[in-house]
Design a protein around this ligand. Sequence first.
Ligand SMILES: [Zn+2]
Length: 351
Amino acid sequence: MRATVMFGAGDVRIETVPDARLLQPTDAIVAVARAGICGSDLWPYQTMEHSGTGRRMGHEFIGVVKAVGADVRTMKVGDVVIAPFLYSDGTCVICQEGPHTSCLHGGRYGSDGVDGGQGEAVRVPQADGTLVVLPVGADDALMPSLLTLSDVMATGHHAALAARVGPGKTAAVVGDGAVGLCGVIAARRLGAERIIILGRHPDRIALAKEFGATDVVSERGDEAIQRVRELTDGLGVHSVLECVGLEQSTRTALSIARPGGAVGRVGLPQEEAIPESLPTFFDNVTIAGGPAPARAYIKELLPDVLDGTIEPGRVFDRVMRLDEVPDGYRAMNEREAIKVLIELKTKERRR
Ligand SMILES: [Zn+2]
């Protein structure tokens, strides 16, 4: 089968790899119908050291079940399923307490003999705990929005929950990438009265406004902090969704929370330390967040996607075939595209 392999910074190729096949009785084989390129795939695209064997890529995908192991109970061959960006058993003590992302028997796609999502098929470990069967066909018009539940929409929702967004509150979203845009959707869905988007790309800002952003702050650093304070009677906002993970964006996020407010961090931190330790201490600012337990949120958000209440699939502004994926990485890295949807042909799915 064919799959996306990264060999180093800027070097993504479509390669022939061993076919996905069942190894454990808890596995399922999924023929990928749609996959996404994630903003987090761009970190290795910018920094990865050259590797002779390469690294399999992709963790956002929807597909059709091609085979199931003997212990798999909740799906059958032919079902359309969505995968959250990590796999998990759903039964260990940690999963039962909520954060599937730290499952004792879980892991990630593209490593330890597990296929990446940007390819023709994936062996999904812990299939019952991981995959969610969708009540639609593999070519349904809702596919782009459904696919966002595997990562970016779930992550935006997680940021909003961690930031304690609620009715009547003012929220700020730091970052206008796909996660930030989904954060705007999530903040509105949870009832925020005012949503300030911090970003500077005109196409993304326009989409953020359509999703419910009421104010735009295009400045950066101290000027951005100043501007948010001006918009909030000098107090700052109740809820901050940090959707970038860089030092400056984190500092901005922590500096615009008002006393007693909360910051939900979902951008992968690029620094060891969290800045603004003293001011956030004295202002009783809650700092929460982490990887989103997408497995739980898929079920929570699915009804709103199915009935069209939310349309997070609009963050995909480009559709490509599998053999065009290297150009998809380039386009996202150069900010030409917000997010790339990979559409696999039916023929590829049958292989
Ligand atoms: Zn678990």
